[in-house]
Design a protein around this ligand. Structure first.
Ligand code: SF4
Length: 445
């Protein structure tokens, strides 16, 4: 990113029309400078300004989109070496390998695992998003596999080195916007033409950093922009070092030939899943765009997903849960009602304890800008009148046949104001620690 927010602002229309979904041109300029908005969001930029801005506003590592719909994966678009400098933007996609050497039962098992291994954390669904379909010589089987995968929701990587096989596969899967893997020294021109013809992202498999950069130059000269890099390295030490070298080259040296997201293959770097998982975890931290695994198991993919979630959350913003009413354990109209803040950790601890109690309950989560109950109370964001207004607006009164509300023990001081704001409600002060909630809930009548 070459220009500052102010420099970008000078090139914008300055009409503050709001069509970019930001209130002012200045806000849009700042978001663009921070890599949090795309230039296309403003329809009023003059062609001259667009030409000047599109280069300047592009992140040093190009963002590439693979797939469509809810499993769409965006990779790249990164602007910093270290998360604490700002944030990482696009989490790496996890892919599971499915090959034409597998029997039908094994293939279905892989797809089933992609569907099954999904986890909810802090209001986010964590899962692997991609199926990497590999051609090893059985054309008919491979094309059948592509057909089968196309009707699944997962994003696809099509892996074949033969341009004629790839073309047939693309005819089947083009609407799914798969990643074409991979252009090599042998097939570079043919694969480049396929990427252009179908307007799809293309992986580049070069020989080390230098060989990969040379291939990238050839393909960008053909007008191809959406590339994903594979240096062919399959040993841990060199693979890890290359990831760092590529990020440094793109960000610090502004070396455009390596300014693309990467794809890594722990699947080809270990012969057991645990070792493979450890290698994958290195690439989650530094700096893979896509990580291809040989298989999925709960004990391998869950820690990787959790690690990814932790690294790819914005350290400048507390994690929040959406404001609203959360039914837990199938509550009905006589079930207890609790209220808490929307700091994700608070939500998960409280909801977890309610779940453990097995008592059907309604949990009302109030937007406190991600602050915990105590901090929100101290900051004036979880006080009696605000909580009262939230409860009235939330619609919980229509869901229950009583007017009893359990508030967190740490917010006991809001009792008086809350009773004033909610006349007719009985306010019950809950425990300070969520761990004591089950005892309280079990005495609920
Ligand atoms: Fe300004 Fe363009 Fe956004 Fe309108 S759409 S506010 S002109 S940046």
């Amino acid at each position: 990113m070459g220009l500052t927010g102010i420099q970008i602002f000078k090139l914008l229309p300055k009409t503050n029309c709001g069509e970019c979904k930001l209130p002012t041109c200045l806000a849009f300029a700042m978001a663009l400078a921070a890599g949090k908005a795309e230039l296309d969001a403003c329809p009023h930029v003059s062609p001259e300004a667009r030409a000047e801005l599109s280069d300047a506003s592009a992140p040093p590592i190009r963002q590439v989109t693979i797939g469509t719909g809810e499993y769409e994966v965006k990779v790249g678009g990164e602007t910093v070496m270290f998360r604490h400098e700002k944030t990482f933007f696009n989490k790496p996609g996890f892919a599971v390998l499915v090959s034409d050497t597998m029997d039908e039962a094994e293939i279905e098992k892989r797809f089933l695992k992609l569907a099954q291994f999904q986890y909810e954390r802090v209001g986010v669904t964590m899962r692997a998003e991609l199926a990497a379909l590999k051609y090893t010589g059985n054309r008919e089987k491979f094309l059948g596999l592509v057909k089968n995968a196309c009707v699944k929701p997962y994003s696809l990587i099509l892996m074949a080195s033969d341009p004629s096989v790839m073309k047939e596969a693309l005819e089947i899967a083009k609407a799914n916007k798969p990643l074409i893997y991979a252009a090599t020294n042998e097939n570079c021109e043919a694969f480049g033409n396929l990427a252009k013809e179908y307007n799809l992202p293309l992986a580049v498999k070069g020989n080390g950093l230098e060989g990969t950069a040379q291939l990238v130059d050839k393909l960008t000269a053909m007008g191809i922009k959406d590339l994903v890099l594979d240096t062919s390295t399959r040993n841990i030490k060199d693979g890890f070092q290359e990831q760092i070298a590529m990020r440094r080259a793109a960000l610090i040296s502004k070396y455009k030939s390596l300014g693309f997201p990467t794809i890594t293959f722990p699947a080809e770097m270990a012969d057991d899943l645990m070792k493979e998982t450890l290698i994958a975890s290195l690439f989650v931290a530094k700096y893979a765009g896509i990580i291809v695994l040989s298989d999925l198991a709960g004990e391998s993919i869950f820690p990787l997903l959790l690690q990814r979630l932790n690294i790819y959350t914005d350290p400048q913003r507390p994690m929040t849960t959406k404001e609203g009413i959360y039914p837990i354990n199938n509550p009905d109209e006589s079930s207890p009602v609790l209220v808490t803040s929307n700091f994700s950790l608070t939500y998960f601890i409280v909801s977890g304890e309610i779940e453990n109690s097995r008592i059907p309950s309604w949990l009302c989560v109030m937007d406190t800008e991600g602050l915990s109950v105590m901090t929100a109370w101290a900051a004036g964001k979880f006080v009696g009148d605000l909580v009262g207004v939230f409860i009235k607006k939330s619609g919980i009164a229509e869901k229950v046949n009583h007017k009893k509300l359990i508030i967190p023990g740490y917010a006991a001081a809001i009792l008086g104001d809350l009773e004033e704001e909610l006349p007719g409600w009985e306010i019950i002060i809950g425990p300070r620690e969520a761990a004591h909630l089950p005892v309280l809930l079990k005495t609920w009548k």
